[in-house]
Design a protein around this ligand. Structure first.
Ligand code: HEM
Length: 194
């Protein structure tokens, strides 16, 4: 057991094995010829990616950013050089994975175009999708390029570095604000939230 938890890779595999056992017990493999099952499977992938993305967004906003002023200067590089770049790696790629799985899911459910056009019947998920698309745009085209400057991955002058850190931080806050109505809209579409 200890050997499993000493490795993240083995831990994830163990989680998948438990899921396979549950699917066998639930006789779910028999349903894998049905399109409805794969729509559900895409929904699951989408939620996994979304939890990773928004979990890290909230980690930055609830934990890392408020803690930075309390960390002594000589210890700050542990965060800026080690933890933040790793967190940002999973953050930006899970954002992209959420968008891809979300758009595929919308297509599989059959309301990709109606949702994006905010048509009646798909308006809740449409609003949620637009909010999440704005957030994903911010991740890739504002937060990440500016974080690269702020963290010293890209070398810039001190003034530009400070401005980049501020813009990345403000955009991250903006995304945290949007995450509240976005998640409501995501869940609202099929569960009577409006
Ligand atoms: C551009 C990005 C996104 C797109 C295109 C998208 C698209 C979708 C679609 C089409 C659904 C299915 C709605 C339904 O059938 O009722 C959905 C549900 C959902 N999405 Fe997203 N989504 C995006 C971002 C996110 C993010 C960032 C999260 C964060 C966790 C998220 C979490 C969820 C959840 C929890 C559901 C509800 C599943 C359910 O109730 O069955 N989505 N999304």
């Amino acid at each position: 057991m200890g050997a499993i938890f000493q490795s993240l890779g083995r831990t994830i595999i163990a989680g998948v094995v438990i899921l396979v056992v549950l699917l066998l017990a639930g006789n779910t493999f028999g349903r894998m010829g049905e399109m409805a099952y794969w729509t559900f499977f895409m929904r699951w992938l989408h939620i996994l990616a979304g939890v990773m993305w928004i979990g890290l967004l909230w980690y930055f906003n609830f934990v890392q950013t408020p803690s930075m002023p309390k960390i002594p200067d000589e210890q700050k590089p542990a965060v800026s050089k080690v933890i933040a770049p790793t967190a940002l790696f999973w953050f930006r790629w899970s954002a992209l994975a959420t968008v891809v799985t979300g758009l595929l899911l919308a297509a599989m459910v059959g309301f990709l175009v109606p949702a994006l056009m905010l048509q009646p019947g798909a308006r809740a998920i449409g609003v949620g999708m637009w909010l999440a698309l704005v957030m994903a745009f911010n991740v890739w085209f504002i937060i990440w390029p500016n974080q690269k400057k702020a963290l010293g991955i890209v070398q810039v002058e001190a003034a530009e570095k400070a401005a980049a850190a501020k813009l990345a931080g403000m955009t991250s806050r903006f995304n945290t604000m949007l995450s509240i109505p976005m998640l409501y809209c995501m869940a609202a579409q099929s569960h009577g939230g409006f």
